[in-house]
Design a protein around this ligand. Structure first.
Ligand SMILES: [Fe+2]
Ligand SMILES: [Fe+2]
Length: 276
């Protein structure tokens, strides 16, 4: 377990906005995860005010490695007997989880002041989960001698954050409801593939992540529908409008209907032909 030893500044943080910004402005990856968990505890213990004084950075601090490359230049991954290919796959997930930590603290810092306190409570739970996911994957990779930064990665996730930084509805539509929901679609198959490759430990890590990601999509739906009620928008229609404006790809099947339903996402969000 990574220890929080040299973070002096955390004691000086008085409010949740500054605490979230501290995580965003922390570059070392393991430290970002550790700080995130510490700030979750402080929030739970009532030691941080529900106030926001400074906006978040546009781009969070990150370590020098991994090198960020075009998605087509990311090394070939796989889930097979080849441990190097499995390392590349887990490293890609580790990179996603690091982005997810920053995305959770960014949504709190950027939009928390405009929303009920419960919004911050919910996204703090997401931040805690993402930091835990980062640590689980980092620990798994460490056994193979792999650390964060050993493989190149791409920056698509943070680009989605920048594209949606002025519009909470768009942020909720694209990040939890398109991208994290896509994770629910693909993860069960990955778990099966890790089991087939006789890598039960990695499969167990992915099972934990999968279960917790369902709640993240659920928070996305919950706050997107709250946003729509406040702004007199029809959720399904507005979602598809935002996706057409802010998401470059298409929402593609196969869909994990069971997990999406568990997250309270009705099928009109992902079957455009049914809207109207
Ligand atoms: Fe995660
Ligand atoms: Fe997540």
């Amino acid at each position: 377990m990574r220890q929080l030893d040299n973070i002096k500044t955390i004691g000086d943080i008085g409010n949740i906005g500054d605490a979230a910004n501290l995580v965003l402005n922390t570059a070392p990856a393991a430290m970002k995860a550790t700080l995130g968990l510490a700030i979750y505890d402080l929030w739970q213990q009532g030691k941080l005010d529900f106030s926001f004084t400074t906006p978040p950075p546009e781009t969070p601090a990150r370590p020098d490695k991994p090198e960020l490359v075009w998605p087509t230049k990311v090394p070939k991954r796989g889930i097979s007997q080849d441990q190097n290919a499995r390392s590349a796959t887990l490293h890609a997930l580790l990179h996603i989880e690091l982005n997810a930590i920053d995305l959770a603290f960014d949504i709190i810092s950027r939009f928390g002041a405009t929303q009920p306190r419960e919004f911050t409570d919910d996204w703090m739970c997401v931040a805690r989960d993402e930091a835990k996911h980062f640590n689980l994957l980092a620990d798994r990779l460490e056994k193979w001698g792999v650390v964060y930064g050993d493989f190149p990665a791409h920056n698509n996730l943070w680009q989605a954050a920048i594209d949606t930084q002025a519009n909470l509805g768009a942020r909720l539509a694209i990040v939890p409801m398109v991208l994290e929901a896509r994770g629910l679609d693909v993860t069960p198959k990955m778990i099966e593939q890790f089991i087939s490759a006789a890598d039960k430990e990695s499969a167990e890590v992915l099972k934990i992540i999968y279960q917790e990601e369902i709640s993240h999509v659920g928070y996305g739906v919950k706050w997107f529908e709250y946003f729509c009620r406040k702004n007199s928008k029809k959720p399904n229609e507005y979602f598809h409008l935002l996706v057409s404006q802010f998401f470059k790809g298409k929402i593609k099947p196969p869909f994990n209907e069971q997990a999406r339903t568990q997250a309270a996402m009705n099928e009109n969000y992902y079957r455009p032909t049914n809207t109207g």
